[in-house]
Design a protein around this ligand. Structure first.
Ligand code: GAR
Length: 217
């Protein structure tokens, strides 16, 4: 079985990266990580990648002051050199230009800590609590030039519970993220998630994630 080569872009602790590393370690997982690329040299995720024996690269936006095209071109070169076929943003905290997004059209996905299209941007857990929603969650979606926008591949909902603060809620969402991201990558790698205009159509049944997140009583 030939595996889909993914590149994971990070800026920080890389817990979603770790979830992808762990998923890829299973022999039957249809994707492998060809490169972990960080825009920050001190991102803990780089250590996670090295520990797992995965190639890493640092392309710092600070080395390209005021020159986003050069920063993105440098990232693009690294990803192409590594043979990456699908780019996964995992806590990568730079907004990508329409050039980069277009270059990786339908091969660039992101995980966001809310049920999009609600709560785009930062501080999603605080805003969910302030709004009084009863369910919150996370979304994996194809990236489009607008922030946290694009066809939705997969979502997971978690309850907002009495007494939650932003940290407790963030932990609950993060646990769901770690299941959702490998699930979404699997759907793409198996060719089961097809972009159709503004939507993603899923071929075949997808009961497994619902079962993982809501185990039968
Ligand atoms: C995750 O919660 C991810 O959803 C979020 O940053 C965190 C990264 O954590 N991403 C965004 O907010 C992007 N808009 P991690 O480094 O431990 O994976």
């Amino acid at each position: 079985m030939s595996k889909l080569k993914i590149g994971v872009l990070i800026s920080g602790r890389g817990s979603n990266l770790q979830a992808l590393i762990d998923a890829c370690a299973a022999p039957d997982f249809p994707a492998e990580i060809a490169l972990v690329l960080s825009n920050k040299a001190d991102a803990f995720g780089l250590e996670r990648a090295s520990t797992a024996g995965i190639a890493t690269a640092v392309v710092s936006h600070r080395d390209y002051p005021g020159d986003k095209p050069a920063f993105e071109a440098a990232m693009d070169v690294r990803l192409r050199e590594a043979g990456v076929e699908l780019v996964c943003l995992a806590g990568f905290m730079r907004l990508l230009s329409p050039w980069f997004v277009g270059r990786w059209q339908d091969a660039l996905i992101n995980i966001h800590p809310s049920l999009l299209p609600s709560f785009k941007g930062l501080d999603t857990h605080e805003r969910a609590l302030a709004t009084g929603v009863r369910f919150h969650g996370c979304t994996v979606h194809h990236v489009r030039p607008a922030m946290d926008d694009g066809p939705i591949i997969a979502q997971a909902a978690v309850p907002v519970l009495p007494g939650d603060d932003a940290h407790r809620l963030a932990d609950r969402v993060l646990e769901a993220e770690h299941k959702l991201y490998p699930h979404a990558v699997r759907l793409i790698a198996e060719g089961r998630a097809r972009v159709d205009g503004d939507l993603v159509r899923i071929d075949g049944p997808v009961p497994e994630l619902a079962t993982v997140l809501n185990p039968p009583l």
